[in-house]
Each structure stands twice: as structure tokens, then as C-alpha cells.
Write a protein that binds this ligand. Structure first.
Ligand code: CP
Length: 306
């Protein structure tokens, strides 16, 4: 069996192209499993996993929990609200207390960039980054790549536009690393204030015209405006953002060719996407969610072999 080059999944930046292919190929096998009448395999029967979430989540948290249960792991869930973190306990003390209960793997979402990297240097368990602030969201990028590959085949040479709030998005950075390692061309599109200045230096195209981005790409991966991470005003109003950068079904239909529409969720309907675009035949948004379980099964299974 092919092994990963890493013991923790901290980000896509640390993975090799071979690691990514191994995860995606393993996920294909797990996708077959979860579409059978009996959706469970005994692969992680002796493993206990803690999902430690210091930030809100719907998709990632449920998807990891289902992936763990489909692999027959024992699962415990922790959320910061209602925990002793509110009484001043540190991140390391909290996690060491969870590990004292004989937990083997930590899946963690945290608002501070680098929190899972810090933890991985301090504890014996495998650490999976389920999103660290504005930094990386590796399993989202892997499930996005899996979903694109399912739709378009080999991603080498394919053109992917990431449209929206790039500056505050961990999904954008992980997608850029992942797609470039797989040989795809990447463009980002959004207001000047929401695009980091260094991106052209790492080979990413930049556009400030959504029409230009849509005409260029095979896949439009649309991101929401992360108002919760914005301390200042980056654009005048959501109404104006929607007017200049919002995507409608008519814009996609008018291209008169196939274009794949993606969004990691949660969607702000009527801001970055109109409802008719989000629910159109161009959209594979719910396929992404389905694929997330298979991809997370693959990540957990492969890390458990390390
Ligand atoms: N895509 C994503 O990370 O969604 P959640 O914040 O709901 O987990």
C-alpha cells in the first residue's frame, strides 16, 4: 500500500503531488464503500478520534464524524463553547487532557493560523487540520480537487478561477497549493482589497473582472465574503459587492459551454451567488459535500497507517 510522506495533515503546502494522488485514489475506493447498502468498514476499529472544534462548523465537523464512523473508529466531539476553555484552560492543556483518555488522533479547527502546527510538535497523536484561521483548510482543497477530477478528469492544464474574498480564505490558499501541485492553472478574482499582493509571484493569475474570470475558466470556485474576519471595510457594501462580483445563472448560461460551479459553503445566497446559479445544473456544490466524507475517510485511514 502507498504511504503518505507526512504523519499529520497540517496543510497542502506540506504534501507531495504523490501524497495528493494517493489520497484522491484512496477516496475513490471509499466513495464506492459509502454508496453501498452497508456503508461501513472495520479499518479504524481500534482507533479513537477526537474532533476538537474551537470555531463554528457544519460541513467539516459532520463530515469528519461520519467519515470516522464509516471507518468504525470511536469518536468524541469537543466544542470550545460550553467547555473549560471558557475557564481559562490553554489549548495544549485541553488537548493533553483529551489525549489522557486514550485518544489516538486529533481533528482540530481553530481560529489561529498555525495552531495545528504548534500542537503537532507537542503531542504524540496524529493531527488533522480542519481549518486554521485564514491559513489552510487542507481537506476542503482535497475534496474540491476530487470533485473537479470526477467531473473533468486529470486536472493538469485545467483552468480554475477562485472568485471572492481571497485575502481571508483558508480554502483559497489550500486550493491554490493543491491545484498547482496537480498541474492546473489558477486565477483569483475579486476586489483589489481582497486579493493578497504576493499571488502573482507564486504563479497565480489575478483578475478584478468576474466576466473575464468566467470566460477564462473551466471551473469557478466561488467563496463567501468572510465578514467575521474583517476588522475594516474592504468594499462599500454587500449590495455593491454582489453587483460587481455576484454570479447569476444567466452569466453561466451565456457562456454557451460547460462550466463547473463550486462553493465550499456556507453560501450567502444573493451575495456571491444568486439562488438560481447555486441550484443550477452547472453547480456541483452538494457533490462536494458528498465527496468530503470519502476524502476524509481516505485522510484518516492513510494517517492511521503511519
Ligand atoms: N466548508 C466548510 O469548511 O464549511 P463549515 O465551516 O460548515 O465546516
Amino acid at each position: 500500500m502507498t504511504k503518505l510522506s507526512v504523519r499529520h495533515l497540517l496543510g497542502i503546502k506540506n504534501l507531495t503531488e504523490n501524497d495528493i494522488h494517493t489520497i484522491l485514489d484512496t477516496a475513490s475506493q471509499f466513495k464506492d464503500v459509502i454508496n453501498r447498502p452497508i456503508k461501513k468498514v472495520p479499518s479504524l476499529r481500534d482507533i479513537t478520534i477526537a474532533n476538537v472544534f474551537f470555531e463554528n462548523s457544519t460541513r467539516t465537523r459532520l463530515s469528519f464524524e461520519l467519515a470516522e464512523k464509516r471507518l468504525s473508529a470511536d469518536v468524541v466531539n469537543f466544542s470550545a463553547s460550553g467547555s473549560s476553555v471558557k475557564k481559562g484552560e490553554t489549548l495544549l492543556d485541553t488537548v493533553n487532557n483529551i489525549l489522557a483518555m486514550k485518544v489516538d488522533m486529533i481533528v482540530m479547527r481553530h481560529s489561529s493560523p498555525g495552531a495545528p502546527h504548534y500542537l503537532s510538535g507537542k503531542i504524540p497523536a496524529n493531527v488533522v487540520n480542519a481549518g486554521d484561521g485564514t491559513h489552510e483548510h487542507p481537506t476542503q482543497a482535497l475534496l474540491d480537487a476530487f470533485s473537479m477530477r470526477e467531473k473533468l478528469g486529470d486536472l493538469a492544464g485545467k483552468k480554475i478561477a477562485i472568485i471572492g474574498d481571497i485575502l481571508h480564505s483558508r480554502v483559497a490558499l489550500s486550493n491554490i497549493f493543491c491545484l498547482q501541485k496537480l498541474g492546473a492553472e489558477v486565477m483569483v478574482c475579486g476586489p483589489t482589497t481582497l486579493i493578497p499582493k504576493y499571488l502573482p509571484e507564486i504563479g497565480v493569475r489575478v483578475s478584478h473582472q468576474v466576466k473575464e474570470a468566467l470566460e477564462w475558466c473551466d471551473v469557478a470556485n466561488v467563496l463567501r465574503i468572510q465578514l467575521e474576519r474583517q476588522q475594516i471595510k474592504y468594499f462599500p457594501s454587500l449590495r455593491e459587492y454582489s453587483l460587481y462580483f455576484g454570479i447569476t445563472k444567466a452569466m453561466l448560461d451565456n457562456l454557451n459551454r460547460e462550466i463547473v460551479l463550486m462553493h465550499p459553503g456556507p453560501i450567502n445566497r444573493g451575495v456571491e451567488l444568486s439562488s438560481d446559479a447555486a441550484d443550477s445544473s452547472h453547480s456541483i456544490i452538494l457533490n462536494q459535500v458528498e465527496n468530503g466524507v470519502a476524502v476524509r475517510m481516505a485522510v484518516l485511514y492513510l494517517l492511521a497507517q503511519q
